[in-house]
Design a protein around this ligand. Structure first.
Ligand SMILES: NC(=O)c1ccc[n+]([C@@H]2O[C@H](COP(=O)([O-])OP(=O)(O)OC[C@H]3O[C@@H](n4cnc5c(N)ncnc54)[C@H](O)[C@@H]3O)[C@@H](O)[C@H]2O)c1
Ligand SMILES: N[C@@H](CCO)C(=O)O
Ligand code: NA
Length: 442
């Protein structure tokens, strides 16, 4: 804890403003109203809703808001003297950024669910909060209702986290789960996800991994006390994952998941550096993350003293996300009342972010080959030429239908992708049918 702002006058109620009344905002307003007495007891003073900023006063909403509380002037609401805490659930960069900065400058604490903004410009917001002596909380921004940021920021702050590996996008997990369960192709599974309302009409942010990359940046920053933005995160989505990749994973006793990974690697300088990446990967079915089905999220954390921890639950949806927002609201309101703040973001470690090419990983490669003497040796030689050691080789089929499935030991991503390029040029290789990274094994 640190002291809030020395000039603060004591308050006996906490004035709250909600910015945005969409999927999440409407549930936040509902819970603020329905749970008012419990929230007051937990905070130690009533939370008083001073206003709800919306884009259109007459738009249909999932919650009844008294008309005298509605306003289209979000900046005017944030500037009011009686607003002590601002909940930003508009999303996107503008106008969320200037609204949050104005709220902090005006002495309000801020709770937000805005992963896009935090992943792009988190440090500016953290500095503004620090300067204002106010809290900035954002548990809802990563994995919705699942408590993961506070555990990283507080519960695990006495330990040394070495890796965070998460399924942090529900839409893509739903699609991959359907591909795994029914053998569907990507397009078919996406259409089903859209019909059920999981995937948006424009699913780019989910299926191309942008949403997961924003969350990976936030996780990496908190886990390793350093600054990682979305543009530092290596990103590959799931649009290229085929039914063949999924079948190949099944043959291996594995499953394909879109993983957001933040881990400590060693840079070529010998210093520890952060690898932050989002890509599909095969994980063994025995891994805890393999059991995450449908649109659920989970984050698997490894740390030196605690060992392995897994956080699981709903990663999206109005009411689950509002639960995470309200948890932050109670903490921030309590601090505001006591004239203190929680621990701010720490980026003392100042670690470099490792380029993907230097990141250590493992590949699973399936190759259609001619089944004749010397083929296996030639394939093994290609791996050896790039200094990649092979862990297992399996041959399936015979004659024209022969397929080799090679799983490598750990090597840099540059060595592994050079090996695949080399294989593609070989005369004995008819086709490289599946290339996928392997995670979650020793
Ligand atoms: N929906 C989820 O499941 C979920 C999960 C985790 C995090 N989040 C995050 O929560 C935030 C809100 O998401 P959402 O799903 O509720 O989006 P939404 O589009 O349903 O709601 C946003 C609302 O803000 C309003 N708005 C836009 N500009 C405004 C302005 N200038 N002033 C006032 N209101 C304005 C829009 O009209 C809309 O109603 C985003 O940052 C999102 O990433 C959402
Ligand atoms: N589009 C996201 C929801 C909130 O981050 C998902 O599918 O998980
Ligand atoms: Na969360």
């Amino acid at each position: 804890m640190s002291s809030g702002n020395p000039g603060d006058k004591p308050i006996d109620r906490v004035g709250v403003a909600v910015l945005g009344c969409g999927v999440v905002g409407s549930q936040v307003v509902r819970l603020l109203h329905e749970q008012a007495s419990d929230l007051a007891a937990r905070v130690g003073a009533p939370l008083e809703l001073k206003g709800v900023a919306v884009r259109r006063l007459d738009a249909p909403r999932d919650v009844d808001v008294p008309t005298d509380l509605l306003t289209t002037d979000a900046m005017g609401l944030v500037a009011r003297d009686d607003v002590d805490l601002v909940i930003e659930v508009i999303g996107g960069i503008e106008p969320a950024r200037p609204l949050i900065l104005a709220a902090l400058e005006n002495g309000a604490s801020v709770v937000t669910a805005n992963k896009a903004l935090l992943a792009e410009d988190g440090p500016t917001l953290y500095e503004a909060a620090e300067k204002a002596g106010r809290d900035l909380y954002f548990e809802a921004a990563v994995a919705g209702a699942i408590p993961i940021l506070r555990p990283l920021r507080e519960s695990l702050s006495g330990d040394r986290v070495t890796r965070v590996m998460g399924i942090v996008n529900g839409t893509t997990n739903y699609i991959l789960d359907k591909m795994d369960t029914y053998g569907s192709g990507f397009e078919e599974a996406l259409a089903e996800a859209q019909e059920l309302g999981y995937a948006e009409a424009d699913p780019t942010a989910d299926v191309e991994g942008f949403d997961a990359a924003a969350k990976a940046a936030i996780l990496a920053s908190l886990a390793f006390h350093t600054r990682v933005t979305a543009s530092d995160v290596h990103r590959e989505g799931i649009t290229e994952v085929t039914a063949g990749d999924v079948a190949s994973a099944t043959e291996m006793g594995s499953v394909v998941k879109l993983l957001a990974i933040a881990e400590l690697n060693e840079a070529s300088s010998g210093e520890s550096a952060v690898s932050a990446r989002v890509h599909p990967a095969m994980i063994p079915r025995s891994h805890p993350l393999a059991s995450v089905r449908e649109a659920y999220n989970a984050v698997f954390v490894e740390s030196e003293a605690a060992g392995q921890l897994m956080f699981y639950g709903p990663g999206a949806g109005g009411s689950p996300t509002a639960s995470a927002v309200l948890g932050d609201v109670v903490t921030a309101a309590r601090h505001r009342l006591q004239g203190t703040t929680g621990a701010g973001e720490s980026s003392y470690a100042d670690r470099a972010v490792l380029p993907m090419g230097e990141t250590l990983t493992r590949y699973h490669v399936a190759i259609d080959v001619d089944d004749r003497a010397g083929v296996l040796a030639a394939v093994a030689t290609a791996f050896a030429e790039h200094d990649v050691s092979i862990q297992t080789v399996r041959q399936e089929g015979r004659g024209e239908d022969a397929q080799l499935v090679v799983v490598s030991h750990e090597a840099t991503d540059a060595q592994l992708s050079a090996t695949v390029e080399h294989l593609r040029t070989m005369e004995i290789v008819r086709d490289v049918t599946s290339v996928m990274r392997v995670e979650g094994t020793e």
